[in-house]
Design a protein. Structure first.
Length: 65
């Protein structure tokens, strides 16, 4: 698990489950992908079934990459 996820977990911004889920699905060499998986897990755990990509990546709503 990358250090950013460890920090978010230690500060209780993300649950340990979210961080472990992310670490299981994505290697440490892909920290952004780990963050997306952790955020997805956290949002699902909070009862949200949709991940608002336009709020995470503003360019997504403009068709950018």
């Amino acid at each position: 698990m990358n250090t950013h996820l460890q920090t978010l977990c230690a500060e209780q911004i993300l649950r340990p489950l979210d961080c472990q889920f992310a670490a299981m699905l994505a290697p440490d060499s892909h920290p952004l992908l780990q963050f997306v998986f952790a955020l997805l897990s956290a949002q699902t755990g909070g009862g949200h079934v949709c991940l608002p990509l336009s709020r995470i990546i503003p360019a997504a709503e403009q068709g950018g990459r």
